[in-house]
Every structure is written in structure tokens, then in C-alpha cells.
Design a binder for this molecule. Structure first.
Ligand code: CA
Length: 425
């Protein structure tokens, strides 16, 4: 998987989770066929798209795609304006992690997952034994990606990837994945019209990218085909290969919720600082029930995704492996905590700071600009309060004797703006 691109897509996907659930996104059947709409005349973008389809042929052929395969997939394609809109969108508000988890780990999602775990017990046991990835983690990824196969995406994968590839911010990603999708078509003898995907080219029940298919896909049900759209065994086994090759440690958990002491130095909960369990214990970290941390030879990091007023998590290497599947802490937490609950373990106990208002795009940019003016450099002013901005925010907080949790709140933004004004910056 390509972590940076996955991260960028995850950021967009996350901010678009205000979109309706997978089920609602599926096209409705119209009882009356709509009247045919005449095509508008081709504009400059259409001409650019047609030129791309023609030019990319040489690239594909040089990579071993036959002319027949290329034409089968690519002839007659039009760019998708709806994908271009998604590709260019700048979210006004980023959904807070608690709202994201409310829908990603809903009671229905948990009970559906428990039913899948029971229905497919034998198949899942086989996959778990072979690849070492716990069945509840695989079922949880399945639930998070497509609500257990209910929403595989309804774009044509070649149209989606060609639209990303011909122009715009994901052109390089689109070209790599388009080439991989063509290879997949050629290897697997598929019908290109049946190859559906999300707008970003992820396809099948586990929403794999074509490049990941080429690397990790296996025939889970033994019918001689690798069909990640229709065979849940193929999709789940292929995801297990990917998670395993990303470094999942067999027999080990992802981590668990912890309780931090009131005097905790929050800058240590950056998600990057590895310490031994003994060291975290010595700093006063306890299980959520207040007991001593269970002994473990592996080092761990601590996350506080909603700052010091929200839950805290101790995370091992396996949590980082889930981040490789999709590089957003909210996604990895959804996968890991849904898996826990599918397996009958408790969910998150501590309350989220639901009274915190999310910052708008303008407010996020104002926070970044103000940090830079105060001497906290950032690579980009883009309104994305990711790892870099949060690290600078922690330094800002620490220098002013504030709890350095790096969590951007309205209150913090106000304090930063006041300081900028007072200093005449
Ligand atoms: Ca198969």
C-alpha cells in the first residue's frame, strides 16, 4: 500500500464521512426510465481526457498490457465530473473522531460483525491459522470498508482511475493504479464492465487498491479465481495477506484503553514516543479499570486522539499495522475497537469531549498561520491539522505552561490569535 496516498485519501474519506452510509449510496432503481439527455459539446477537459486515454496506451503497452486489453477497458470512457468534484474538495468541517466512531462502530455494525464471525467461523479460522491475523480484525476491516460487502462502490474502476490520472492532485496515484487495474484485468480475465470501485479506485469487499491486489490477492475459497468483489473468502484472505505482510505480530493484540494520571506530561502521548510497559507504569499509566498494566515485552506508544479530555490508548506495533491499511488514527481505532466488541470485549469506556466544536477550514488555516507567526514552522498551510501541526501545537502549549496535548480547540485558537495580536504580528 502507498501510505502517503492512502493517508491523503483517508483524510478526504474521513472528512467526507458526512456522506450517507454505504447502503444509501447505492443507486436506486427508477421505475420510469429517465429521458435521454443529449451530451454537451466536448470542452477543453474532455479533449484533455481523450488525449490522455490515447497517450497512456503507450505507457500501458510498454508495461506489458496487450492492445486488446487496453481497448477493452479504455475505449469509450468519459471523465466523471462527480469524481473530479470529490478529488478537488476541501472540507469545511472535519468530522470529530467521536462522530466518526459513532457510525463506524455502531451497535448494528457490532451485531452484524458478530453474526458474520459466527456464519463464517470455519473459513475465518482457516485464514487466521494460515496468516496469523485474528478473525475479528479481518471482520472489522470488512465492516469498516464496505459494511460487510454491502457497498463495494459503484463507479467503473477504469473510469474512476482514468479521471484521477488525467489531471488534478492525484494524477500520479491514478496512473499507478490504472496500470495495476489493467494488469489485473489481463491476468484475471475479468469483464471490465463488472469492475466497480469507489471514486478513488478501491474495490471489492475489502476495498483494496489494484496495486495491492497484484501484491497480496489470494484465492481464499479455492475455486481457481481471485474475485474480491463476489467472494468474501477471497477478499478476507487477501486482506489477511496484506495485514500479515505489513508486519502483524501473530498472537499479539493491538493495545487497549488506559487511564493517564492527572499530572501526566501530555506531550508524551504523541503516538510516536515508544516506551516499555514498565516505564509507562512508572509514569502512572493504568488500565481503564485502574489496575497495573499487564506485563508485556513489547514497547508501546500512547495516543490521545481528542486531547487530554478524551480517552487514551496504549498501542503496540499491531496498531501501526492497521494504520498502514489506512493512515488515519480514527480509522485504526475504529477497526481495533470494533474488533474488540465483535469478539465480546468491551468498547471505549472514557467519554469523548463532545462539547468541543470542530474548527472550520478558515479557523484551521488561521491556527496554522498564527503558529507560524509565533515561530512554530509548518511545512504547509493547508487546513489539515495533522501530525506536523499537532507537534508544533504541543511545543506552543508546553512553552506556555499549558497541558501539551496538541489538540486543536476553539479556546486554544482564541488564545493563539490573541497572542499574535498582542505581539503585533
Ligand atoms: Ca476464489
Amino acid at each position: 500500500m502507498q501510505p502517503l496516498i492512502k493517508a491523503a485519501l483517508a483524510a478526504v474519506a474521513l472528512t467526507l464521512v458526512a456522506a450517507p452510509p454505504a447502503e444509501a449510496r447505492r443507486p436506486r432503481h427508477h421505475s420510469v426510465a429517465p429521458a435521454p439527455v443529449p451530451s454537451p459539446p466536448a470542452g477543453p477537459q474532455d479533449i484533455k481526457f481523450a488525449q490522455f486515454i490515447q497517450d497512456f496506451r503507450a505507457t500501458a503497452l510498454a508495461a506489458g498490457i496487450t492492445p486488446a486489453t487496453y481497448d477493452l477497458a479504455m475505449s469509450g470512457l468519459h471523465r466523471a465530473a462527480s469524481i473530479e468534484a470529490l478529488n478537488a474538495s476541501q472540507p469545511e468541517f472535519v468530522k470529530p473522531i467521536w462522530s466518526y466512531l459513532d457510525s463506524a462502530v455502531s451497535p448494528t455494525r457490532i451485531s452484524d460483525g458478530q453474526r458474520k464471525l459466527a456464519e463464517k467461523a470455519q473459513m475465518l479460522a482457516g485464514i487466521e491459522a494460515k496468516y496469523g491475523v485474528p478473525r475479528e480484525i479481518l471482520v472489522s476491516i470488512w465492516g469498516n470498508e464496505t459494511d460487510y460487502g454491502r457497498g463495494n462502490g459503484e463507479f467503473n474502476i477504469f473510469q474512476a482511475l482514468a479521471t484521477l490520472a488525467y489531471d488534478g492532485p492525484r494524477a500520479e496515484f491514478g496512473r499507478t493504479e490504472l496500470l495495476a487495474a489493467l494488469k489485473m484485468l489481463q491476468q484475471e480475465h475479468l469483464d471490465p464492465k463488472q469492475m466497480t470501485s469507489s471514486w478513488a479506485g478501491a474495490f471489492g469487499q475489502l476495498q483494496m487498491l489494484p496495486s495491492t491486489f497484484l501484491k497480496s490477492a489470494v484465492d481464499g475459497d479455492g475455486d481457481g479465481k481471485r474475485d474480491l468483489w463476489h467472494s468474501s473468502a477471497d477478499a478476507l484472505a487477501s486482506a489477511a495477506v496484506e495485514v500479515s505482510s505489513d508486519g502483524w505480530e501473530r498472537g499479539h493484540g493491538w493495545g487497549y484503553e488506559v487511564r493517564l494520571p492527572p499530572d501526566f506530561a501530555y506531550e508524551q502521548a504523541s503516538g510516536d514516543l515508544l516506551k516499555s510497559i514498565a516505564d509507562w507504569s512508572a509514569l502512572g499509566v493504568r488500565t481503564i479499570d485502574g489496575r497495573a498494566l499487564p506485563a508485556d515485552a513489547e514497547q508501546a506508544v500512547i495516543y490521545i486522539p481528542a486531547g487530554r479530555r478524551g480517552p487514551a490508548f496504549l498501542a503496540f506495533n499491531n496498531f501501526k499495522v492497521i494504520l498502514k491499511y489506512n493512515n488515519a488514527v480514527s480509522y485504526a481505532l475504529a477497526v481495533c475497537t470494533l474488533a474488540d466488541q465483535i469478539a465480546g470485549r468491551p468498547g471505549i469506556q472514557a467519554a469523548w469531549p463532545r462539547d468541543e466544536q470542530p474548527l472550520s477550514q478558515d479557523e484551521r488555516i488561521a491556527m496554522q498561520n498564527a503558529l507560524v507567526k509565533l515561530g512554530y514552522p509548518l511545512e504547509k498551510i493547508d487546513g489539515i491539522l495533522g501530525r506536523g501541526t499537532r507537534a508544533q501545537l504541543r511545543l506552543y502549549q508546553k512553552a506556555r505552561g499549558l497541558p501539551a496535548d496538541g489538540f486543536p480547540t476553539m479556546q486554544l485558537l482564541a488564545a493563539i490569535l490573541v497572542e499574535v495580536k498582542q505581539k503585533g504580528l
